[in-house]
Design a protein around this ligand. Structure first.
Ligand SMILES: [Zn+2]
Length: 564
């Protein structure tokens, strides 16, 4: 007797082999059989006309906090995601000393744009070690959840407040950090995460600890994974360093583990760079390395208001102004001398740190105006609006937002990636699809639907890759990289994480707003179309996007090899 029998679906089993019409029988949370099955079943789902695939594994989330109050990690399972991996970009909530709760939350709040009020209200902090954090999560999960241990948390634990300033760690501190990493991976962390984004800071404007030391510290810490023989290395903002110095490749050499790094992109300003980058990746693969860039399939579009924005973080004057209260910001924006400074950075690109660029005002759009007299500007870019008013761009911009008490709705649409290039990058066998950033930037964007976007836009509409290849990249490839050895394929013995979707309608909807964060705060929601069932460990978690009440998820833990 099967617990669940999914009949007549088109099976894309995750391996990339051609799909076929068959049935999937599930017993005790695992796939029992795939084929033409007639056995009796507790429950039968008719999947005729639908695709049946392994559930998607989202490798780049920031649900570290949300998972503690929302065990479904909404809105990811709505898009067929059955496993989420967080702890990315050096930011984790474990290990943590009892006095450091706010310190870690302030990093997560500022870098990943999650309201501090919600973090303070929502996180129960009933753990210290990485293992006790996973044990806490294991009490109630809708999806499966795995986590990396983050460099910033490790450095904070060992060096305290000095982790925000002192670049050189002592040999003893390095050894303690390595021991914490080894312990965390042995307790189940799926790997170690780093970050090299020089704009990342906490709520007090301090650089997060992971970006303070030179890269040599990261190389040294990466050897902790080699010691354990498990885990993957993840690194945010690694690609300029990889192109220049082979940084991610070196992380692979020091760790002797797979490396997944952010990110391969197409820059309109440097139209050939993606090709040079992909050449480097392909050369590494030819040499037998396991170093993979992440490709973000989503259009880059951040929503924000001048009450709260991350768009200006890499420009020092703007950054300092944006850290102030709404009143302080408004006063600064009114001050003509301050406007000159802001203009010098954001228009002329003066006095910017290396790698930072002035703002492309043609690509910042007005999505919502609060006052009737400004409604004609809705949909226009800031550049076009200022020109229409005969104003300099900074004056036009700041006059508008001041008139609306900094509440004007804005959208930063920077990438505008060339569709053909994007299709090639997604289809490359050497890129890892990801960067949903699900659970992060919750008021600015909603990337939960990266998987349904791949299936709707890049498979169905653009034909950039086959259905089978897309499913492979969303499931089996992710499971293989992150050491989830019994997931990502619909084969007997594998965990029964399954998504059933309609290939003709699957897609990601435009985000809307909901006030469901702890404290009643707003975040963006993203719904899916065409996803019929999300099944986790053999139990139906969502049916037509609605929660069934089941909590079948569990933590995903690393498996260190058996010692000789
Ligand atoms: Zn991230």
């Amino acid at each position: 007797m099967y617990d669940l029998l999914i009949k007549n679906g088109r099976i894309a089993d995750g391996s990339g082999m051609p799909s076929f019409i068959a049935d999937v029988g599930i017993v005790d949370g695992r796939v029992a059989d795939v084929g033409r099955l007639s056995g009796p079943a507790q429950r039968t789902i008719d999947a005729e006309g639908r695709v049946v695939a392994p559930g998607f594994i989202d490798n780049h989330c920031h649900f570290d906090a949300q998972a503690t109050w929302d065990p479904l990690c909404t809105f990811s399972p709505q898009h067929g995601v059955t496993s989420v991996i967080f702890g990315n970009c050096s930011l984790t909530l474990a290990p943590v000393k009892p006095d450091d709760h706010d310190a870690l939350a302030m990093m997560l709040s500022r870098v990943e744009a999650i309201p501090m009020e919600s973090l303070q209200e929502g996180i129960p902090w009933e753990w210290t070690t990485f293992g006790s954090y996973l044990d806490f999560l294991d009490q109630r999960l809708g999806v499966n959840a795995g986590a990396l241990v983050g460099h910033s948390a490790i450095r904070r634990w060992v060096m305290g407040d000095e982790s925000f300033q002192r670049a050189e760690a002592t040999p003893a501190e390095l050894e303690e950090m390595k021991q914490l990493i080894r312990d965390s991976v042995r307790q189940g962390a799926l790997g170690l995460s780093f970050n090299r984004n020089s704009g990342h800071m906490d709520l007090l404007g301090r650089p997060i600890p992971g970006i303070v030391p030179p890269v040599e510290e990261l190389y040294e810490l990466a050897t902790a994974l080699r010691d354990v023989g498990a885990g993957v290395v993840q690194c945010g903002a690694a690609y300029p360093l990889e192109i220049r110095d082979g940084f991610a490749t070196k992380l692979g050499e020091y760790s002797q583990r797979p490396v997944v790094y952010n990110q391969i992109v197409h820059h309109p300003s440097e139209p050939d760079r993606w090709k040079r980058h992909l050449d480097i990746v392909e050369r590494g693969i030819a040499e037998g390395k396991q170093v993979y860039p992440v490709i973000n399939p989503r259009p880059q579009a951040q929503r924000f208001t001048m009450r709260n924005a991350q768009v200006f973080d890499r420009m020092p004057t703007w950054r300092d102004v944006m850290l102030g209260s709404v009143e302080e910001k408004a006063a600064a924006f009114r001050d003509p001398a301050m406007r000159d400074k802001l203009r010098a950075e954001a228009v002329d690109g003066k006095d910017l740190p290396s790698g930072a660029l002035p703002v492309t005002w043609e690509r910042i759009f007005i999505t919502r105006t609060l006052k009737e007299r400004n409604s004609a500007y809705k949909g226009m870019s800031i550049a076009a609006m200022a020109e229409a008013q005969g104003k300099d761009v900074i004056d036009g911009f700041l006059d508008l937002v001041l008139d609306e008490d900094l509440g004007t709705g804005l959208q930063n649409s920077q990438s505008g990636a060339d569709g053909g290039v994007m299709g090639r990058l997604i289809a490359s066998p050497y890129t890892v699809i990801g960067l949903s950033d699900a659970g992060a930037h919750v008021v600015f964007e909603a990337g939960y639907g990266y998987s349904t976007l791949v299936l709707g836009k890049w498979v169905r509409e653009e034909g950039a890759l086959s259905l089978e290849e897309a499913v492979r990249k969303l499931s089996f490839m992710q499971a293989s990289l992150f050491g989830l050895h019994d997931r990502g394929l619909l084969r007997p013995g594998f965990a029964a994480d399954v998504v059933v979707f309609d290939p003709d309608t699957v897609g990601a909807e435009e985000p809307d707003e909901v006030n469901d964060l702890p404290g009643g705060l707003m975040r963006l929601r993203q719904k899916a179309t065409g996803v019929d069932y999300t099944i986790v460990n053999g139990e139906v978690l969502l049916e037509e996007g609605e929660h069934t009440g089941a909590y079948p998820g569990r933590t995903l833990r690393s498996r260190a090899p058996v010692p000789a």
